[in-house]
Design a protein around this ligand. Structure first.
Ligand code: SF4
Length: 307
């Protein structure tokens, strides 16, 4: 699968067009722009000036774009619709600033989301923030960076973990079969954050959510990764460390597995070693890619088309 790449980080709109994504934008079709608005205090998240040219282009093409993300399971400033939307606006994701509204993908107060029937090794049902599935097309816009549980956080994590409902997020993180607290735990009743699942298990579960959500769009889904401000950890923290490599560029593909693999390779090539393994030695980041490939979400083989 082709992965289109530009080292010019101002060329988001051009990469969108070069990758052929205009072909999946239709007149009056709602287009969900999956984004991570960034926890207040974090400065590495994807800023609106990088991505708003894409929203404006989609509008020119006749589509109806909106920014979206689902609420977090843990406590913070993106944990319910009201504070999440406030955070989005404070981080510049307003209609006036970007040409698209921010709409939180969960129904207000809903923690369960919509149930999707699937047939994967870990899951037969997924629980997804319902609003994300109302659009006809989805463009997944991802800040590519490190992550303590998955080694790196790319398109798979953005869509998979990012669009799970609170129940879905809990199910991706937990491993009740092996947990010593299972007899006393009430997290399933209260939907509290759980971090017990191993990095390998959580990565495989994320890949299954990503595959199940992508399947809902029947080919009308595309992915753009911004390899910029590559911080060691995710944008869910209210702080961030400095980038671990200089800004590398923007990459886009219809295949999220090929895209994430290409971005890992670009970062590691720039670093001269496996940067994500060095950052998180206990995490084998390749698990999410190999599991996604196994369940036919995409291929780790790619051709880099440099623009
Ligand atoms: S802490 Fe997490 S893994 Fe352990 S029993 Fe509770 S929900 Fe399950």
């Amino acid at each position: 699968m082709n992965v289109f790449f530009s080292s010019d980080i101002s060329k988001a709109k051009e990469i969108f067009e070069t990758a052929g994504f205009s072909k999946i934008i239709f007149q009056n079709d709602a287009v969900a722009l999956k984004i991570h608005f960034g926890e207040p205090g974090n400065t590495a998240y994807l800023k609106p000036d990088r991505v708003s040219p894409i929203a404006r282009l989609i509008r020119q093409l006749g589509g109806l774009p909106f920014w979206t993300d689902a609420n977090t399971l843990y406590q913070g400033k993106r944990n319910d619709n009201e504070t999440h939307l406030q955070t989005a606006h404070e981080h510049g994701y307003t209609s006036a600033n970007t040409g698209a509204e921010a709409i939180i993908a969960d129904e207000p107060g809903d923690q369960w989301g919509r149930e999707l029937a699937v047939n994967y090794p870990h899951f037969k049902k997924l629980y997804v923030a319902a609003g994300a599935l109302t659009a006809g097309t989805m463009i997944v816009l991802t800040h590519f960076k490190g992550h303590e549980t998955t080694g790196f956080g790319g398109a798979l994590k953005n869509i998979g973990m990012g669009l799970g409902s609170k129940l879905g997020k809990l199910k991706m993180h937990q491993d009740c079969l092996h947990c010593p607290e299972v007899k006393t735990c009430r997290k399933n009743q209260t939907l509290d954050a759980c971090w017990f699942g191993s990095p390998e298990l959580v990565q495989e579960k994320i890949a299954e959510y990503a595959a199940g959500i992508a399947a809902q769009f029947k080919g009308k889904i595309a992915y753009i990764n911004f390899i910029t401000d590559v911080s060691p950890n995710c944008d869910c923290y209210p702080h961030n460390d400095p980038p671990v490599v200089p800004d590398i560029g923007i990459a886009a593909s219809l295949d999220p597995v090929a895209l994430d693999q290409a971005c890992v390779d670009l970062v590691n090539k720039a670093a001269g070693h496996d940067k994500f393994r060095a950052l998180w030695p206990a995490v084998d980041w390749s698990v999410q890619l190999s599991h996604a490939e196994k369940i036919c979400l995409g291929s780790r083989k790619y051709e880099l088309v440099v623009k």
